[in-house]
Design a protein around this ligand. Sequence first.
Ligand code: 5RP
Length: 219
Amino acid sequence: MSASDKLKQQAAQAAIKYVEKGTIVGVGTGSTVNFFIDELAKMKDDIEGAVSSSEASSERLKQHGIEVFELNNAPEVPVYIDGADEIDEHGQMIKGGGAALTREKIVAAVAKKFVCIADETKLVGRLGQFPLPVEVIPMARSYVARQIVKLGGDPVWRQGVTTDNGNWILDVHNLDILNAVELEEQLNNVVGVVTNGLFAARSADVALLATADGVKELK
Ligand code: 5RP
């Protein structure tokens, strides 16, 4: 296993203590979350099941014999575990590198607690080095791109990628993110935007960041 994968696995293992027995666990998407799913499988008989933020995670959960519930049938999700592309010290994040941002944001909204798992390279002083993913309705792609240029960003269409919701992704480069909550709202107000990858209004409650010296916990 690579050094980077070992760190992802350590963060994933550290998240297990946040899983409440007998409940439905919110599960995100990505390579770090894949390690978490593998850990969760070891205690699958202690949980009711999971709700998932992507078809890929649902598939992996099912392969491990973990029941995947429809979110509409899961009124309470005590904890949601997910990765991030960037996270700052306030728990605000950029997500969506794996194109699952919309379902991730929905499950995060339902969950009581958001636990972010990542290796320490994801911790940044200011969000925005990672291009910000924006999920758009396909027919609105060019319109949304023009509006994003007016907001100071350089959108690039992630060609060949269709989200689990049948939509497309624009990756926005060179944004100067001074106020992430404000920008999140501005982008969501553009007609044709389904959602954007800023998780600022609903940030992480806990971040488990794996370092060579162990897992650091930010609250
Ligand atoms: C997927 C996401 C992921 O959480 C994010 O891309 C981090 O992934 P990884 O754990 O593979 O670095 O937002 O849409």
